[in-house]
Design a protein around this ligand. Structure first.
Ligand code: URA
Ligand code: SF4
Length: 264
């Protein structure tokens, strides 16, 4: 195949894998055996170190997607971009009516945690307890998240915890595309101000939003992705773990990867 045809094929494959939204070209030499420029297809996204038990994993997963949405400079007049603190973002969120999720909320849930947090956890959206209290991850899934963070020696108080959408979707349904699109500038700005060392994306909505892809959670796990250069570790959502305890072990592996990045 000519170089041109190979490139075209690669482009089309990327379009397919990425849902047609984006093309990401390789920044380094392709790994032998992998199609250049493509993240590992789902069948190759196997366990990081087969047979490893907690305490023995020592390599980081191969790099995956890298998403660099334009920074605020391009949209300097936007009030979200003019915020200088997390509290200012929360104030804008409290008044926000940019999507229909504002109609049924009791409280907005902007997220919480210290401004110098090195780890940012991103979930999907507030549930009932979160809507009632205005705080992220305080229901059953939140209790599990607190335990998961304790397991990697991260007291919850040291972590910034937030969601893709800041208002509760009715009956806890998935946030819809237009709702995510309306709300995501708040998340981007939070990350821009926080400048964390690692982002832990919990569940498909968080992972797909931060990486601008439609790939499944299974395909995205076990690779080290980046959002504006910040490492993104993808793992299961705590609510999914409550339904399927078999995923606790792989989640443990994932959060330990986040821990190792933070220790470096
Ligand atoms: N699930 C989420 O994704 N976020 C929360 O804040 C609570 C439950
Ligand atoms: Fe605004 Fe986000 Fe709430 Fe929609 S979900 S109303 S965009 S804060």
């Amino acid at each position: 195949m000519t170089d041109g045809r190979a490139l075209a094929k690669q482009y089309l494959e990327q379009q397919w894998v990425l849902g047609g939204d984006q093309v990401i070209l390789p920044t380094s030499e392709p790994t032998p055996g992998l199609r250049p420029g493509l993240v590992n297809p789902p069948t190759e996204a196997v366990s990081l170190t087969p047979g490893a038990s907690p305490g023995t994993t020592d390599t980081l997963p191969p790099s995956g997607l890298s998403f660099d949405p334009p920074s605020g400079d391009l949209f300097a007049a936007d009030p979200v971009q003019q915020t200088r603190t997390l509290a200012e973002i929360a104030t804008l969120v409290a008044e926000c009516t940019k999507c229909k999720l504002c109609e049924n909320r009791s409280h907005t849930v902007p997220g919480e945690g210290p401004g110098d947090a090195r780890l940012v956890v991103v979930g999907e959206g507030p549930g009932r307890t979160e809507d009632e209290t205005g705080r992220p991850f305080v229901g059953k899934a939140g209790e599990l998240l607190t335990k998961i963070l304790e397991a990697i020696d991260f007291p919850r108080e040291q972590v910034f915890i937030c969601n893709v959408v800041k208002c509760r979707p009715p009956e806890n349904r998935l946030p819809q595309y237009d709702e995510i699109a309306a709300c995501v500038p708040y998340l981007y700005r939070q990350i821009e101000l926080l400048k964390p060392a690692v982002i832990l994306a919990m569940g498909g909505t968080a992972a797909q939003t931060l990486l601008n892809t439609k790939q499944s959670l299974g395909a995205l796990r076990n690779q080290l992705h980046r959002f504006r250069g910040i490492p993104v570790v993808v793992t299961y959502h705590p609510a999914a773990l409550l339904r399927n305890p078999n995923w606790k072990r792989p989640t443990w592996d994932d959060v330990r990867i986040a821990r190792r990045i933070l220790d470096n």
